[in-house]
Each structure stands twice: as C-alpha cells, then as structure tokens.
Unconditional design. Structure first.
Length: 353
C-alpha cells in the first residue's frame, strides 16, 4: 500500500476539497436546469427507445440518441472526476410521466455519463430507494431500504445517480461532504489519528457474498494510489463487521479516528444539505465525496410515498484504484468496474421493484 506524504495533504487544493458553507451560496456551480428544448429532446429519445421494445438494461447512447444535451452530460463527467465531484440536474417533469418513461430517461442520461453496474446480488442495474418497512437493525438489511438516517458513506461504484420521483412528507434530505476536506481537517487538527485512517478496516458485505469470499471486506478508509487520494467508507457496515470472528478488530486509535471523521462530517459548515424535488437528478463521485440522507417521515398514501430511482455508474477514463479495492469492485478495469456480483447474478433493470 502506498503511503502519502501526510505533511503535504493540507496543501492539496483540488476542486473537490470544498466546504458546504461555501457551495450553499453558489448553486450555479453545481446545478443545471433543463430547458424546454432539453426536455423535448429527452422525451423524444425515450419515446423512440420504448418503441424499439429493447430491455431497459440495454439502453446506450446508440439507441437513446441525444444531440444538444451531449455537451452538458460530458461536462457532468468532468465535474464528477475533476471538479467538485457532483452535479444536480433539475427540471424534468416526472409528475406527467409513467414510471417506465421516467426510468427510461434517467437510464438514458446515465448511459452518457457511465456504464450501469449491478446494485445488489439480484443484478439490478436500476435501483429503487424507498422505505420497504425493513428493520434497520438487521445485519441483512441495507439502510436505503428503510426510513432511517443513512450516515455518510460511499457506494460500490465510481458514481451514484439519483432521480427523485416523490419526496417524503418530512425529512429525507440529501447531504454531501468532501472526503478530502474531512481528511485535511484531521491532518491539521488531529495528526496523530491520520495513520489509522490508512490502515485496513473490515466492512460487512450484508449477506451479498460470492462463492469463496469472506462475509466482510478489509480495506483502509483512505487510500493513496498513483497520485490519487480515494475514500471508501460506511461506518454502519464497519461496526457490524466486527461480529465476524475472522474480521480484523478495530484498535482504540482506529475507533477514535473514525469518531473524529464522523464528527467532522456532521459539521454543517463541512457538509452540503439539499432537498431533491420530483424531477431532480443528482450524480455524485464516490471516490472524493461521501453522501448521506436524513431520517424521514413518509406519507400514509402509498401513491405519495418517497421514491427515488438509483444508478451506479462506472466512468470512462477514470482514476486508477488501488488493488485492495478489488474486494469491493471486482474487476478494476476503468469503465468496467464496481457493483455487486455473485455467481448467481443476472443483470436486469426493473422499472418496478
């Protein structure tokens, strides 16, 4: 494992090293509002694709044809990889669409940003983020299937994309934070904890285990590789992995370092909070940002309950990832990495979960 020069880290001035308090005042830096012409182009492309009767999992720029929006979506790629690490695209009139039509537009847009990856052992390329009534205390449940607070984390892909179809009655706000900014805070204020964040910790696979794998991963939270600093984190899964006898146990220093990381991420001047409205799309780069969602209270009417569609995407011409990531990402080939695959996985994109 390559160790960074810790003394140099505070001087890193990458665009992704932002503070929420600053970006909150500059929505134009991270928001693109679709014009009427943009929406018309998306609707035309979706209609043509649906007429072809192709499975949604086969959507691509070849069969979801855009012209005017290509530049914006390529620019979104740049924002993700080399910029602030996220973008929100607003103005899609999803309230007038069927579930199938909205999903087609979302997957079509996603195909211009990256290649869709499986989000669970069932092979779902299109995910559904909603409260299923699952018990958040269960070690077999992923937190997005509940209405509970998620805590700051990264996902198993280069990019996570969300399309809001319906928002919660109360809560369910999105939060983003820069993992580089958080580390710089620790380097500056608690330098004795930095080394612990570059040491392996166990992550619970939550039952999604391929044959021959351990039920846990063992990867450092921060990884320095070929000049790139990448973060991989999920405190809930780190804690639950401690139940495995073979999992490496957290040291006192690691626990203190993780607690300090959580404390920094919770600081409202560090993270950026936003509320995704119906028709809003959010794309987030997992290697330099962490994302979270507040607890929510849903509507009683099933037709009004909070519902977001989700994509995991592998980006072309992306940064190299350290070999240790192979445990979580499988094949580390740029443009063809990430997702959750087992020997029984069959890829599909369910419009209805």
């Amino acid at each position: 494992m390559q160790q960074p020069n810790f003394a140099f880290l505070p001087k890193l001035d990458e665009a992704s090293a932002w503070r929420g308090v600053d970006l909150q005042k500059s929505e134009d830096l991270w928001t693109y509002e679709l014009s009427e012409a943009d929406v018309q182009e998306l609707e035309n492309a979706a209609s043509e694709f649906l007429l072809s009767n192709r499975p949604l999992g086969q959507i691509s720029p070849k069969n979801f044809v855009l012209n005017r929006l290509v530049r914006i979506l390529k620019d979104t790629q740049r924002h993700l990889k080399d910029g602030i690490g996220f973008r929100v695209i607003t103005g899609l009139p999803t309230s007038s669409y069927s579930a199938e039509f909205a999903a087609t537009i979302f997957c079509g847009i996603g195909s211009y940003i990256g290649v869709a990856r499986s989000q669970n052992a069932a092979g779902h390329l299109l995910g559904h983020v909603r409260d299923t009534g699952a018990d958040v205390r269960s070690t077999k449940v992923r937190v997005y299937q509940t209405n509970a607070r998620q805590t700051f984390h990264t996902d198993s892909a280069d990019v996570v994309g969300l399309l809001c179809l319906r928002e919660a009655k109360v809560g369910g706000d999105s939060m983003l934070a820069s993992s580089l900014t958080a580390l710089k805070e620790i380097v500056n204020n608690r330098p004795e904890l930095v080394k612990a964040l570059f040491e392996p910790v166990a992550y619970d696979r939550r039952g999604e285990v391929a044959e021959g794998q351990d039920p846990f991963l063992s990867i450092p939270v921060y990884n320095w590789y070929e000049g790139f600093l990448s973060c991989i984190y999920h405190r809930t899964y780190i804690n639950s992995a401690q139940r495995y006898e073979k999992a490496p146990k957290l040291t006192e220093c690691q626990v203190e370092a993780l607690n300090e990381l959580d404390r920094i991420l919770e600081d409202p001047s560090i993270h950026l909070k936003m509320r995704l409205k119906p028709g809003d799309m959010q794309f987030v780069y997992n290697h330099c940002l962490l994302h979270d969602r507040t607890e929510f209270v849903d509507w009683e009417d099933a037709e009004k309950k909070r519902h977001l569609l989700r994509l995991w995407l592998s980006l072309p011409e992306d940064r190299p990832l350290p070999p240790v990531y192979e445990q979580r990402y499988g094949d580390l080939t740029v443009g063809n990495r990430g997702g959750i695959l087992t020997e029984k996985t069959v890829l599909k994109a369910p419009v209805f979960d």
